[in-house]
Every structure is written in C-alpha cells, then in structure tokens.
Design a protein around this ligand. Structure first.
Ligand SMILES: NC(=O)c1ccc[n+]([C@@H]2O[C@H](COP(=O)([O-])OP(=O)(O)OC[C@H]3O[C@@H](n4cnc5c(N)ncnc54)[C@H](O)[C@@H]3O)[C@@H](O)[C@H]2O)c1
Length: 194
C-alpha cells in the first residue's frame, strides 16, 4: 500500500502546477521542485485539500546541486515513481520576440541546455535505478511543438534543447522498457501561463 511518489519540476506555476494537482488528485504524493518559493504555498494548498504534497526549492540550472537535491528527496520519501521534467523557460528579447540566430549568446544556449536537457538527464539518472528495482516507473518530459517542426516563435537554443529532450526521452523509453518503465515527451503548442 506504499504511496507512489511523483516529482514534478517547475510545479509552482502554469502547466507544472496543473500536473501537480492532477497527480495529487490521483492519489500520488507529489514533490514540487521549483526555484520559485511559491512552490511551498502550492504544496500547502494541496495538503489543505487533503492531498499529499511537499516542496523542494532549488535552481535546476545549478547542475552540481542536482544529485544532492535528488538524494534529499529519496532520503525523505524513499522513492520516486513518476518523474515529470517540466521546468522550462523560453528566454526572449526585451520586446518579447525571439532571438535571431546570429544574436544568440552562450549564456542563453548554456542555460537552455542545462535546464531542458542536463537537469532532466541527472534527475532521471538519480531516480531510474529505484524505478528499475520496483519494476515500474514513468518519466514524462515536457518538450514543445518547436522540437518537432519549425515555427517563427522559437529561438534556436530553445528549439535545440527541446529537440534534445525528445531524444533523451526516446533513449530512456528504449533502454528501460524491459523494466516496466515508460518515458514519453509531450510537445504542446503555445498556451497562456505566467
Ligand atoms: N506555455 C507555452 O506556450 C509552452 C509551450 C510549449 C512548451 N512549454 C513548456 O512547458 C513547460 C512549462 O511551461 P509553463 O508555460 O507552464 O511556464 P511557467 O513559467 O508558468 O512555469 C515554469 C516553472 O518552471 C520553473 N523554473 C524555471 N526555471 C527554473 C529553474 N532554473 N529551476 C527550477 N525551476 C525553474 C518556474 O519557476 C516556473 O514555476 C516548460 O518546459 C515550457 O518550455 C510551454
């Protein structure tokens, strides 16, 4: 009767918050990982509805801190059965437009690769061994429509990092299928969030 644990990155806002509510309503114990302190209030909101949730504050572009963050979750909850790599951001120019290809600097590139690819990789590596041991797990990666087809909205660093996340998803899906673990990417079109 052990309760399944879901770790949702970027769960303090937008799509991530919707995912947290849905998983908590399904009976999972939800751990919201976010750099936004609002994550704690969100977790309390779920608890006040009689659901199970807690928050872990952390910046997922701080890649050296991720193994400690994951170890803290495993220490406290003993497991992660569902990992949702949702935290993401599309850095835009001050006027809200995308960066043209030749304007892109290493800063945006490195941040996007860290947040959309390396953090999901490190979190997956931290939680997959336990899923494998229990013979069940889910890794859900929030990519984007821009990973699948060209649009005039996407900056190349965002597009490339989300396309990389789709490749990471495919690798996990293939390698872990024999262990009862599925991995899927969701590639939404544009929707209004904070
Ligand atoms: N909104 C859209 O139109 C759209 C379209 C396609 C894909 N997506 C993807 O959906 C996901 C959710 O987006 P959203 O629209 O809900 O955005 P949002 O800004 O409402 O929420 C993103 C959350 O991620 C957190 N986050 C961002 N950077 C972080 C970091 N470095 N460390 C920890 N937490 C961090 C933020 O604090 C926030 O709570 C993202 O991966 C985004 O790329 C969004």
């Amino acid at each position: 009767m052990t309760k399944r644990v879901a770790v949702v990155t970027g769960g303090a806002s937008g799509l991530g918050w919707a995912i947290c509510q849905s998983l908590a309503q399904d009976g999972l114990n939800v751990v919201i990982v976010d750099r936004n302190a609002e994550a704690s209030a969100r977790a309390l909101e779920l608890v006040s509805r009689g659901l199970s949730a807690s928050a872990v504050l952390g910046d997922l572009t701080d890649l050296d801190a991720i193994s400690g963050l994951a170890a803290g979750i495993l220490d406290r909850h003993g497991r992660c059965d569902v990992l949702v790599n949702n935290a993401g951001t599309h850095i835009k120019r001050a006027n809200g437009q995308r960066f043209a290809f030749e304007e892109i600097s290493r800063k945006e590139w490195d941040l996007s690769i860290a947040l959309h690819m390396t953090a999901p990789l490190l979190l997956s590596q931290a939680f997959l061994p336990g899923m494998k041991e229990r013979g069940w797990g889910r890794v859900i990666n929030i990519a984007s429509r821009v990973a699948r087809t060209y649009t005039v909205q996407g900056s190349a660093f965002y597009v490339a990092s989300k396309a990389g996340l789709v490749g990471l998803t495919r690798s996990i899906a293939g390698e872990y299928a024999p262990h009862g673990i599925t991995s899927n990417a969701i590639a939404p079109g544009r929707f209004k969030t904070p």
